[in-house]
Design a protein around this ligand. Structure first.
Ligand code: F6R
Length: 602
């Protein structure tokens, strides 16, 4: 995820910015940059790759004396990770850094281009600085120009802007992405999370959505839609490790809670009022394509499997899915009317990459769904759709899986839309449901507390069966994988209807069945499968919006209006269950034994 730092004061600004960005490294980035205004002098440096590259570039630059400064680490979402796309972005005399996504940037960009503005980058961010300079020319006042700029922005953002027109000032705004102000005497710090300012500032103010303002050495003014407002600073925590995890106990826990927000990022610009749009796909991308084959590993394979139901049901396109390591050696029969999709969180998984190369060699068109731009798999593919989950630190994948599922759902609908296989009514219903996903993913305190309490009953036994039908079968596989990875307990995912064909022989009170029982899809079918298990005395934990009297334990979910909303809600429950069991067993949640985040060997 992108990171922001800023500083107003007399200390060496370059060092403060670079140290601050270093503290944000754990969030992941692919390029970085800083801009400093000292007196009349404006300096700007950018570099692709590690911060070390930026350090080398700024070797001979020193910034002493009073000045204002901003810095940024970028995780590519709009445009490749290049120096031109790295922040800060320059207008004629101003610089801007930004986190989040400006949803209406294309419309703003067109408007500015029509007025003669030249854009250097492919980013949404650059519109901010040009808008600011346009309004500055019109209004003559930098703050009024900033205020007017902010009014025009739609989407989620946190932004800092500096300008030669007000060389002692940093303009700031927040809406949907985090941003804080830090204070030490007259010095003012800015950052997208506490870590860069711990040990530097002693007080902090966390901006609320819709707040904006400006800061100078001895003056900080805060505004929102109602006008100027006062604010109360608070003492700053000194615990860096806790701050990195935004106060959560584990990265995995933080990432589970982040899912609601990143899902909005995944959708931005892709869900229009009554259609789906992928800027990444040429209009004729699906021309001549009659089938889809998806290849992936582990969790990414599970999202693929769920998608295969959607491509067939919604997109009316044949879709089959293969585990990449199996595909490689089966001498697959490939036809050129098949679109070959790879899914990978890291973009570096060796088996998936090799499968992709094989498909390319056979002349297939290729598409990848990935979280890391410029990764090997993205570079190798004809087209790529980024999932925009931000870096995932927990080895057990959570938000990457959620965003993969979301992109695939949108893609299935997109296929249906361009092939005219979905009615307007279905399109509307699916889009409505998509827009509800961030809400379905909000983790309520009472849900987490209930799962925490229940988890103590599931620390022993001779195994877990996660069962579900339809798209809840891949979700059952994923739930079982999460539990295995971090609890080291034996768990299997199974299609509920298959239990009676063998596995039911294992049923007894020490066999834990986690039953995914959505109300909106095949409820009666799964109910009778669970009844069969209950009759054999299996211990049942039912996850459903519908109370189920035969369950030993029951976790009630909220949504029953659309199967995929139920899917996402149940996904969160299974993730939290694995997490709480792992914590009780004293395991290392974020770095489970024997596992690596990126599997670059066969
Ligand atoms: C499980 C997990 C792994 C990965 C698998 C593929 O939590 O993360 O199963 O999904 O190693 O990795 P990517 O998606 O990077 O190709």
């Amino acid at each position: 995820m992108c990171g922001i730092v800023g500083y107003i004061g007399r200390k060496e600004k370059k060092e403060i910015l670079l140290d601050g960005l270093q503290e944000l490294e754990y969030r992941g980035y692919d390029s970085a940059g800083i801009a400093v205004i000292e007196g009349e002098k404006l300096n700007n440096f950018k570099a692709v790759g590690k911060l070390e590259n930026l350090r080398n570039k700024t070797n001979t630059f020193e910034s002493e004396g009073f000045g204002v400064s901003i810095g940024h680490t970028r995780w590519a979402t709009h445009g490749k990770p290049t120096e031109l796309n790295a922040h800060p972005h320059l207008g004629a005399y101003s610089y801007v850094v930004h986190n989040g996504i400006i949803e209406n940037y294309q419309e703003l960009k067109k408007e500015l281009q029509n007025e003669g503005v030249t854009f250097l980058s492919q980013t949404d961010t650059e519109t901010i600085v040009h808008l600011f300079e346009k309004y500055h020319k019109e209004l003559g006042d930098p703050f009024k120009a900033f205020e007017k700029t902010i009014e025009r922005l739609e989407g989620a953002y946190a932004t800092l802007l500096i300008t030669e027109a007000a060389p002692d000032t940093v303009f700031f705004a927040k809406n949907g992405s985090p941003m804080l102000l830090g204070f030490d005497g007259n010095e003012v710090y800015f950052a997208s999370s506490d870590t860069p300012i711990i040990g530097k500032a002693n007080e902090v103010y966390y901006l609320e959505d819709g707040e904006y303002g400006y800061a100078k050495e001895e003056e900080v003014k805060l505004f929102d839609a109602t006008g100027e407002k006062s604010f109360t600073k608070q003492a700053l925590t000194a615990d860096k490790a806790l701050a990195q995890k935004d106060g959560y106990r584990f990265f995995m826990e933080k990432e589970i809670y982040e899912q609601s927000r990143v899902m909005s990022d995944t959708m931005i610009g892709r869900i229009l009022e009554d259609s789906i749009y992928f800027e990444e796909l040429p209009e004729d991308f699906f021309e001549g394509i009659y089938a889809i084959k998806i290849c992936a590993c582990g969790t990414s394979y599970h999202s693929a499997l769920a998608a295969s139901y959607l491509f067939e049901r919604i997109g009316k396109m044949r879709c089959d899915v293969e585990i990449a390591s199996e595909f490689r050696y089966k001498e697959p029969f490939l036809t050129d009317k098949t679109l070959f999709i790879t899914i990978s969180q890291s973009g570096e998984t060796a088996d998936t990459l090799e499968a992709l190369k094989m498909a390319k060699a056979a002349g297939l068109k290729t598409l990848t769904i990935c979280n890391v731009d410029n990764s090997s798999i993205v570079r190798e593919s004809d087209a790529a759709i980024l999932t925009r989950a931000g870096i995932e630190k927990g080895v057990a994948s959570t938000k990457a899986f959620a965003t993969q599922s979301m992109v695939l759902w949108m893609l299935a609908l997109y296929v249906g839309q361009i092939r005219h296989s979905v009615s307007e009514e279905t399109l509307k219903r699916e889009i409505d449901a998509m827009l509800h996903t961030p809400k379905a993913l909000v983790v309520e305190d009472k849900l987490h507390e209930r799962i925490h309490r229940l988890s103590k009953r599931y620390l022993h036994g001779h195994g877990f069966f996660f069962i579900g039908r339809d798209i809840f079968y891949p979700l059952a596989l994923e739930g079982a994988l999460k539990l295995k990875e971090i609890s080291y307990l034996h768990a299997e995912g199974y299609p509920a209807g298959e239990m009676k064909h063998g596995p039911i022989a294992l049923a007894d009170s020490e066999l834990f069945t986690i039953a995914l029982m959505p109300r909106s899809l095949l409820y009666d079918k799964i109910k009778s499968n669970v009844e069969e298990l209950s009759a054999r005395d299996a211990t049942i934990l039912a996850i459903s919006p519908e109370p189920f009297e035969l369950a030993d334990d029951f976790i009630q979910t909220r949504y029953d209006s659309h199967p995929i909303l139920e899917y996402f809600e149940m996904m969160v429950v299974t993730q939290l269950l694995a997490l709480e069991i792992s914590v009780r067993l004293g395991n290392d949640v974020d770095m489970p034994r024997n596992l690596a985040k990126s599997v670059t060997v066969e």
